[in-house]
Write a protein that binds this ligand. Structure first.
Ligand SMILES: Cc1ncc(C[n+]2csc(CCOP(=O)(O)OP(=O)(O)O)c2C)c(N)n1
Ligand code: SF4
Ligand SMILES: [Mg+2]
Length: 281
């Protein structure tokens, strides 16, 4: 297959957790391609942030959108062409701050896209302001005396909103991350992976995570109550262990599957769309 690298200069800081996510995504796409997925059927959509430069660094179709606006173009791309594999990338500021209303509706609708959140718990690109997942007391450019708010638990919001594949990983757990991304792409419905990605420059959490992260075992991801319990276990409590793994899965009808135009494929689909347009216009 063609090289998935690009000629764009990589401007991430040395040691940034984004490198691990980039490598994991490239490796999964290579695998999927060798298993028969045409690489031209893959579309990456990103927002704005350090993480979002990933669109520049992977040689596949991509759409660089606006801050907090990954879900609308990703939804449009999937509905317009349901045969595509659409993968969104956002930061925690992008996904859980300005983009939160779109995210809730993507989960509610169960649109068949995969969403990877590079959750470094800080605004990296704009130099260290606090985000919805920064801990209480976080000191950065906009909170010199420490953030006054408790962080939100985004995966709890996702479970309550109807997401059908919910996982947490870290930029250190590279093998587990690859497996999770592959599973999430194969999942039919809205899949979200919250990746605890370390920003070495503004919020270096490598040691903190190394001491606390553990992989879940004996967990039934099809059990909603078990999933909620696991998702809440850490809840940003600094003394608790941090579970990683797939917390929740559910088979459920997808948003795009409900459109008549998406039920057909190839030239049949074009005929269906033309018929609908004729009837409606
Ligand atoms: C609509 C809009 N709002 C705000 C900004 C400014 N802005 C650009 S990136 C960013 C934060 C990025 O943080 P995050 O999404 O966590 O990504 P990271 O840089 O940490 O990967 C902000 C606030 C913008 N470009 N556009
Ligand atoms: S500022 Fe942080 S998130 Fe951005 S490239 Fe540097 S280490 Fe990575
Ligand atoms: Mg961030």
């Amino acid at each position: 297959m063609r090289d998935l690298g690009t000629t764009a200069k990589n401007t991430w800081c040395p040691g940034c957790g984004n490198f691990a996510i980039l490598n994991a995504v490239k490796s999964v796409l290579k695998d999927l391609n060798s298993e028969g997925l045409p690489i031209e059927n893959v579309v990456l959509v990103s927002g704005i942030g350090c993480n979002s430069k990933i669109s520049d660094y992977v040689n596949v179709n991509s759409f660089y959108s606006l801050h907090g606006r990954v879900i609308p173009p990703a939804t449009g791309i999937k509905v317009a062409n349901p045969g595509l594999k659409v993968i969104g990338h956002s930061g925690d500021g992008d996904a859980y701050g300005e983009g939160i209303e779109h995210l809730i509706f993507a989960a509610k609708r169960n649109i068949d896209i995969t969403y990877i959140v590079h959750n470094n718990r800080v605004y990296g690109l704009t130099t260290g302001q606090y985000t919805p997942t920064s801990p209480e007391g976080y000191k950065g450019r906009s909170t010199p005396f420490g953030a006054k708010e408790m962080p939100m638990n985004p995966l709890e919001v996702m479970l309550a909103s109807g997401a059908t594949f919910i996982g947490r990983s870290t930029s250190r757990a590279i093998d587990g991350l690859k497996t999770m991304i592959k599973d999430a792409i194969a999942h039919k419905g809205f899949s979200i992976i919250d990746v605890l990605q370390t920003c070495v420059t503004y919020y270096n959490m490598y040691d903190y995570y190394d001491k606390r992260v553990y992989e879940i075992k004996d967990h039934d991801p099809y059990d909603y109550d078990q999933a909620m319990k696991k998702i809440r276990e850490w809840d940003y409590n600094k003394d608790a262990g941090i579970p990683i793994g797939v917390f929740y899965r559910k088979e459920s009808p997808t948003y795009e599957g409900g459109f008549a135009s998406c039920k057909a494929s190839g030239s049949d689909r074009e005929a269906v769309v033309r018929k609908i347009l004729k009837e409606k216009v």
